[in-house]
Design a protein around this ligand. Structure first.
Ligand code: HEC
Length: 131
């Protein structure tokens, strides 16, 4: 396991950005019981007041968002004029800025990331850019 990947799991990012899900049964053998390394649990989480947009969508409360897949994160600036536009409204212009906006259920994980050394934070972010 890469050092950055280990730190990602250690600080709890992987609790929501689940590294691997598996497909279920399928009549198409090639699709059955396959790993999907999408880095999401596909679930809604309360992300705290900073990410509350004041709109209830269906049964999702205003601070609840679905965990986005991190698969392909490193390539996302290529399709957006060379910049990151992360989180539900594109407000975060870097991976570090997106992490800093994590609150609510993700507060503990964000705090553990904040306590890493600068070198460890860089390793974690470099790992995310490799996805
Ligand atoms: C409690 C669940 C949870 C935890 C823990 C968590 N995240 Fe997230 N993450 C989310 C949700 C939900 C969003 C989307 C928020 C939004 O759209 O406003 C998100 C968004 C992101 C994004 C932006 C992705 C995009 O395409 O916009 C990055 C990068 C990210 N998380 C990295 C991390 C890292 C690194 C950690 C660990 C320090 C972490 N997350 C911990 C739930 C979580």
């Amino acid at each position: 396991m890469l050092a950055g990947e280990q730190l990602f799991v250690q600080v709890g990012c992987g609790k929501c950005h689940t590294p691997e899900l598996r497909t279920g049964d399928s009549p198409v053998a090639a699709l059955a019981d396959r790993p999907v390394r999408a880095y999401t649990d596909l679930l809604l989480h309360d992300m705290g007041p900073g990410l509350n947009d004041g709109y209830t969508e269906g049964s999702a409360q205003p601070a609840e968002w679905r965990t986005p897949p991190l698969w392909g994160l490193g390539l996302s600036p290529n399709s957006q004029g060379g910049s990151y536009f992360l989180l539900h409204d594109g407000r975060a212009r870097s991976i570090e800025a997106a992490i800093a906006q994590h609150g609510g259920e993700a507060t503990g994980s964000r705090d553990r990331y904040d306590r890493l050394s600068a070198a460890e934070q860089r390793q974690l972010v470099d790992f995310l850019k490799s996805l």
